[in-house]
Ligand binder design. Structure first.
Ligand code: PLP
Length: 396
C-alpha cells in the first residue's frame, strides 16, 4: 500500500462538514466569501493510512468502550524516539481527549485557587483562559519583540516568579503564535530558574513536529531534574490534522505528579478516550512518515512564500522571524490603525478571518496570526486580499 494523499494543492470544499473553521463564518455574520485562516487545523486530507484505519474501524461497526493494546504505546514511543530522540516509558503516559483539557487538569492538580501561574504572552489564548476560569492568577512574562524576532527576558521571568510567588509555568514550545523554536540554551535557562524556585512546568509541545529552523528539544529531556517537575503535552492532532478526533498523549515521569494528575481526571468523570482517535494515532505514528515529510515541506514552502510576498508586496507589514509551527505572525503596527480598525480591515475589506493578535494577550495588539496549512492558491488569494486592503487603507 502506498500513500495516496500527497496532493496538498488540492482545494477541498470544507463547508457543511461540521468544520468550525468554515461553518462558523455564517454564524459570526462574516461576508460569505470570507477565507478562514484562523483556527489551527489544516485544509489537507489526512494520510491515506489514517483514512484506511478509520474505514476499517467503521466497517467493523461497533464503537464500544475502548482502550489500546501494548502496540499503541510502542508506536507512540517509536515516533517520540525517531523524531525527537526522546525515550519515554509506558507508565508515564496518560491519554486525554485534548491538550487544553490536560492543561486544565494540571492547573487543578498542582495549584490552589489564587496561586500564580506564569505564561509568556503573546501566547495561545487558552493558556490565560484556563488559568482565569480556574480562579488562579495569570502572570505574564511577555516575550520581547526586537528586530523582527522574539526572545525571552530571563530577568523579568525570574523576578515575576519570585515576586508573584509563581507555582506553575506553562511553556509553549514551539511557540504559538510567535513561531519561535526555543534553543536548548534558552530552555535550560528557563528550566534552571524553575528548579531553583520550585516551579512546576507544563510543557505544551503540540507543535513539536513543526520545528523548521532547528531540531525541537523536549524540555523534560534536557536534564533529569526537569523530568521530575514537568508534564509534557503531545498529540498527533496538529501534525496529522486530527483535532476533531480528540486524543492527546500526556507524559509525566514523576509518579507523584502523575497520580495527582490522574486524580483530577477521575474527578472530572472522564474515562476512556475516543476509539477513532486511538486508531488514527496508531496509523499516523506507524505509517504516516511519508505524508508527514511531504506535508512539512509544503507548509514550510508556504511560510517562506508568505514572508517573501509580504516583504515584496505589502508595505508596512512585517512577518516575525519564523522557526516553527504552521502559523505566521504578521505585524501591522506600522499602519497606525487602532485594534478595531485593523480587525474591520481584515473582516470587511480583506474578507479574511485570521486570529486577531489581541486574543493572545495585550502584547499581541497590532498583529494577526495566519494559518499557513492550506493549499498555496488559497494562501495567494489571502495575501492578495491583504495587499489590496492595505493599499486602500494607506491611500485613504
Ligand atoms: C499550543 C497549543 N496547545 C494546544 C492546542 C489545542 O490542542 P487540543 O485541541 O488538543 O486541545 C493548540 C491548538 O492550536 C495549540 O496551538
Amino acid at each position: 500500500m502506498a500513500e495516496k494523499n500527497l496532493d496538498f494543492d488540492r482545494i477541498i470544499d470544507r463547508r457543511n462538514t461540521k468544520s468550525i473553521k468554515y461553518d462558523w463564518i455564517a454564524k459570526k455574520g462574516m461576508p460569505e466569501d470570507t477565507l478562514p485562516l484562523w483556527v489551527a487545523d489544516m485544509d489537507f486530507q489526512v494520510s491515506s493510512y489514517i483514512q484506511e484505519a478509520l474505514a476499517r474501524q467503521t466497517e467493523h461497526g461497533i464503537f464500544g468502550y475502548s482502550d489500546v493494546q501494548e502496540t499503541y504505546f510502542e508506536i507512540v514511543k517509536g515516533w517520540m524516539e525517531r523524531k525527537h530522540g526522546w525515550k519515554v516509558s509506558e507508565d508515564w503516559l496518560v491519554k486525554t481527549p485534548s491538550v487544553v483539557f490536560a492543561l486544565a487538569l494540571a492547573v487543578k492538580a498542582f495549584t490552589e485557587p489564587g496561586d500564580s501561574v506564569l505564561i509568556q504572552q503573546p501566547v495561545y489564548y487558552p493558556f490565560q483562559n484556563i488559568v482565569d476560569v480556574n480562579g488562579r492568577k495569570m502572570v505574564s512574562s511577555d516575550l520581547v519583540y526586537e528586530a523582527g524576532r522574539y526572545h525571552i527576558d530571563f530577568e523579568d521571568f525570574e523576578e515575576k516568579i519570585v515576586k508573584q510567588n509563581v507555582k506553575m509555568f506553562i511553556l509553549c514550545n514551539p511557540h504559538n503564535p510567535v513561531g519561535r523554536v526555543w534553543t536548548p540554551e534558552e530552555l535550560i535557562k528557563l528550566g534552571d530558574i524553575c528548579c531553583k524556585h520550585h516551579v512546576l512546568v507544563v510543557s505544551d509541545e503540540i507543535h513539536q513536529d513543526f520545528a523548521f529552523e532547528r531540531k525541537h528539544y523536549v524540555f523534560a529531556d534536557l536534564k533529569k531534574e526537569y523530568g521530575e517537575i514537568t508534564v509534557t503535552c503531545t498529540a498527533p492532532s496538529k501534525t496529522f490534522n486530527l483535532a476533531g478526533l480528540q486524543l492527546s498523549n500526556i507524559f509525566i515521569s514523576n509518579p507523584e505528579m502523575r497520580k495527582a494528575f490522574c486524580r483530577q481526571m477521575d474527578l472530572s468523570g472522564y474515562g476512556e478516550v475516543n476509539v477513532m482517535g486511538l486508531a488514527a494515532c496508531e496509523a499516523a505514528y506507524r505509517d504516516g512518515d511519508e505524508w508527514y515529510e511531504a506535508m512539512r515541506r509544503y507548509v514550510k514552502a508556504n511560510l517562506e512564500f508568505i514572508k517573501e510576498y509580504v516583504e515584496k508586496n505589502i508595505a508596512g507589514v512585517v512577518m516575525a522571524e519564523h522557526e516553527g509551527t504552521y502559523l505566521a505572525w504578521l505585524d501591522f503596527r506600522k499602519l497606525g490603525l487602532s485594534a478595531k480598525e485593523l480587525e474591520e480591515m481584515m473582516v470587511h475589506k480583506a474578507r479574511l478571518w485570521l486570529d486577531d493578535g489581541r486574543m493572545f494577550g495585550k502584547s499581541g495588539e497590532g498583529f494577526q496570526r495566519v494559518n499557513a496549512a492550506c493549499p498555496r492558491k488559497i494562501l495567494e488569494e489571502a495575501l492578495l486580499r491583504i495587499k489590496q486592503a492595505v493599499d486602500e487603507v494607506r491611500k485613504a
